[in-house]
Design a protein around this ligand. Sequence first.
Ligand code: SAH
Ligand code: MG
Length: 237
Amino acid sequence: MPKTRAPLKTPAAHSSGGASAAMPKALLDFAANLMGAEDPVLENIRRKTPEKGLPPISIGPQEGKILETLARSCGARKIVEIGTLAGYSACYLAKALGSEGVVHTVEYDVRHAAVARQNIAGAGLSDRVIVHEGAALDVLPKLESEGPFDVCFIDADKANYHRYLRWAVGNVRSGGLIIGDNAYLFGKLHLEPKQAGEDAAGIPAMREFLKTLADLNLFSSCAMIPTSEGMAVAVRR
Ligand code: SAH
Ligand code: MG
């Protein structure tokens, strides 16, 4: 099984995302503050994740708001998330739903799934998030009868992204969204696999994932949202 990996970004980069010499963190934080603080319940989940022994590899608050906004913009009621961790991103996706909606989130680490269930309950979202335990490639076929889905958010082991995308193409409705986090592959997407250490297997997988998102027979448009990690999104044709 793929192991959990260390994050590329520092926790501080979470607040703004994408900070660089050209785009100073002070500017990004200033702009983000104008657009509202992080929900305190979600902030608490994010900050306490490392204290609970889980790796600090969740999306950040700006990426959470992007997810919520994308999901709302397509009127999402049924969402699949691959890679739950502590449930932080699942909560943003759940916030986008009406009371009839559901997020199915898939996690193979039982400790992560247990923390996620606690956090989701603490956020008052247990009625609309189901945490499925198991390896995603085993669990996803069992979810198909609940579909078609409005959004599939892919954020688990990178070496399987092309396989998760194949599943999503078959199970996301026309006009629905497929979103992939860490699309820059921790800054290694453009390298030779032998230069990429533990991420070597992710290189061909992520490249195939991105090329497939650009296939106009399958998607009407695609874009890279240039967060610090790269968030790829495409609209299913
Ligand atoms: N989406 C979360 C972060 C997910 S981190 C957030 O932003 O809040 C990636 C998670 O995927 C980890 O918890 C890891 O245990 C899980 N994972 C990795 N490979 C998996 C697989 N094959 N099947 C299911 N979960 C997997
Ligand atoms: Mg991620």
